[in-house]
Ligand binder design. Structure first.
Ligand code: ATP
Ligand code: MG
Length: 200
């Protein structure tokens, strides 16, 4: 079964995540996309006032619920410790998922061979689908993709879709929950008074 994997901190999940998954699914004919919140992200510390791990999971569960192709997975949370994508892909592979596509924003492609653990193994375990975030110019991206293809036989697809420049950081800082997160997530943030929102 062709399966997409979208990992992230989802602090909070937003329309950019959903759009990236949806457009990749359509472009590559994925049957499902797993949304996998990190337990502890290896490369960033969550700022004060962040949602708890449980709350991040709740929000991703709510965001994926309306779509039959979108599946929430708590496998990284259950595994505990720092969440490395290579461990997740290995576990999925062992569980029988043999046609995996890792969905990443352009920022993640640029840091792939520099910051990620075992990038060669990741490239063997999954194809990479890259969704533009408007953060990097196309020549730099294509140069990076070519390098990864040559050095680690990476299978890389660029997904053509409208660019959403949304990030969780911006959504938290600007407080644009109602506009930038799906209604179910915005309601959860309001009800739980997350990110210093007053509960109503
Ligand atoms: P933060 O601001 O906390 O870093 P983020 O918005 O980048 O949050 P993450 O949870 O870090 O969200 O991202 C998970 C994955 O989703 C990454 O591969 C990231 O590149 C991708 N992604 C996030 N936002 C977008 C977007 N607007 N368009 C395309 N891909 C996105
Ligand atoms: Mg990010």
């Amino acid at each position: 079964m062709k399966t997409g994997v979208l990992g992230g901190t989802f602090n909070p999940p937003h329309k950019g995540h959903l759009s990236a998954a949806e457009h990749t699914r359509e472009a590559l004919g994925l049957e499902r996309v797993l949304f996998i919140p990190t337990n502890l992200p290896p490369h960033k510390t969550l700022p004060d006032g962040s949602a708890t791990t449980q709350q991040r999971c709740d929000m991703v569960r709510l965001m994926t619920k309306p779509y039959d192709w979108a599946v929430f997975s708590d496998m990284e949370v259950r595994r505990g410790g720092a969440s490395y994508t290579v461990d997740t892909l290995r576990a999925l592979h062992t569980a029988g998922y043999d046609n995996l596509t890792l969905i990443v924003g352009t920022d993640m492609l640029m840091s792939f061979d520099v910051c990620w653990r075992a990038p060669e193994e990741i490239a063997q375990l999954a194809a990479l689908a890259v969704v533009a975030r408007g953060l990097h110019d196309r020549p730099a991206l294509h140069k990076k993709a070519e390098l990864l293809r040559q050095t680690m036989d990476a299978r890389i697809f660029f997904v053509e879709c409208p660019v959403l420049t949304i990030s969780s950081t911006e959504v938290r800082e600007m407080g644009t929950f109602e506009q930038m997160t799906p209604p179910e997530v915005a309601a959860y943030i309001r009800e739980h008074g997350l990110y210093h929102r007053d509960s109503e």
